[in-house]
Design a binder for this molecule. Structure first.
Ligand code: ZN
Ligand code: ZN
Length: 395
């Protein structure tokens, strides 16, 4: 049976996949600078025997594994390759050798898993019908998102996949398990940059200045009505301000205050409307109080919706592969992922690979200096991806 063959290959290649992950972990590169990583992936694909490899978006690849009757159906598998500007605090043999850069979001695991899946799929390509498109993308962590650039560079054309499957490590799920959510899953994200200008002066003489600190205080409170009074309560929305900068002193009112925040939601129409509403409120408050406003919204990734049918089928396939008890249901998560660009174009399924091991102390969240993964999970990372792809081709 193909499932058992894939399982035994994943087991056989486990050590190789782990050493690939360790190599990538030790040599992390920042978003859109994944030159060595891309060269490594290309070389490895060549060693596997995959020759149809096309360069995409500068440091990305699209590669094809053709089974029997290759035009019948195309399914894409996606991995991201970039690392983060974090100084790794783990003392492990595969610690980052590139000081200040760290694979703290597990993209090393995603790339190693997809290379493992590629090796498995290439070996069983006489046992499935259709084509598998492997997508190795740059720059997931940085706007505008490598996925959007890959799409601009026609990664979803020639041939066009019917669906795309991606995975992401999850340190809150024990290794050995995976998590899925059909339908709405992750949020859109926009960065907000506000400058409130007034007129500074001596703190004792309020009649001589226009206080941007007071205006900003009102503004931050007023903007929360976007979430509490304007948003449809059935659509999750978050507005958070994480930075206020007013460089005055106890008795010095500054000329301006800068504010930075993030807006996240799960509906594109509401997202656009919320932007307009925020601007309207901000202009009203700031100008009404005599100040001047500069309000910039930098649009990030769209919300991520998993295609319900594709995801339910993938969950069934995962239960067959891992057992009922190892497939979990996930809740909505207000973080963002640039996989959403793909799932806006074609049916997508983005699922979570459990990588937690409490006994070994592998519990840190992604984007922290102590993040690590239970490497046993990579056997599933590669095997399950291969199995989901062939299951979807057979559907
Ligand atoms: Zn991340
Ligand atoms: Zn990530």
């Amino acid at each position: 049976m193909l499932k058992d063959r894939i399982k035994s290959l994943a087991k056989a290649y486990k050590e190789e996949i782990i050493s690939t992950r360790r190599h990538l972990h030790a040599h992390p590169e920042l978003s859109f600078q994944e030159f060595e990583t891309a060269a490594f992936v290309k070389k490895r694909l060549g060693e596997i025997g995959i020759t149809e490899v096309e360069s995409k978006a500068n440091t990305g690849w699209a590669a094809l594994i053709k089974g029997k009757n290759p035009d019948k159906k195309v399914v894409a598998l996606r991995a991201d390759m970039d690392a983060l500007p974090i100084v790794e605090a783990n003392d492990v043999p595969y610690k980052s050798q590139n000081l200040g850069v760290m694979h703290a979001c597990g993209h090393d695991a995603h790339t190693a898993s997809l290379l493992g899946a590629a090796k498995i799929l290439n070996e069983v390509k006489d046992q499935f019908e259709g084509t598998i498109k492997l997508i190795f993308q740059p720059g997931e962590e940085l706007v505008p998102g490598g996925a959007s650039l890959m799409i601009k560079d026609k990664v979803l054309e020639n041939p066009r996949p019917a669906s795309i499957i991606g995975q992401h490590v999850m340190p809150f799920i024990p290794a050995g398990k995976v998590g899925f959510r059909p339908g709405l899953y992750m949020a859109s994200t926009d960065e907000i940059y506000i400058t409130v200008s007034g007129k500074g002066g001596h703190g004792a003489m309020p009649e001589t200045f226009i206080d941007p600190v007071l205006i900003s205080s009102h503004l931050i409170v007023a903007l929360q009505q976007i979430v509490s009074r304007v948003a449809n309560p059935k659509i999750p929305s978050v507005l958070s301000f994480g930075r206020i900068e007013g460089l005055g002193a106890t008795n010095v009112i500054p000329n301006e205050v800068k504010i930075q925040g993030t807006f996240r939601t799960l509906d594109e129409e509401w997202r656009a409307k919320a932007h307009q509403k925020m601007l309207q409120i901000a202009h009203g408050i700031v100008e009404g109080m005599g100040g001047k406003l500069d309000f910039e919204i930098r649009k990030g990734y769209p919300f991520l919706k998993n295609d319900p049918e594709l995801t339910l089928r993938s969950m069934d396939a995962a239960r067959e592969f891992l057992g009922e008890e190892n497939v979990l249901d996930l809740d909505i998560w207000m973080a963002a992922e640039d996989f959403a660009f793909f799932s806006q174009e074609i049916d997508g399924c983005f699922y979570r690979l459990g990588t937690r091991n409490e006994e070994k102390g592998i519990v840190s969240g992604v984007h922290t200096p102590t993040f690590d993964i239970e490497e046993d999970a990579l056997e599933i990372g590669a095997g399950l991806m291969a199995w989901l792809a062939v299951s979807e081709l057979a559907y």
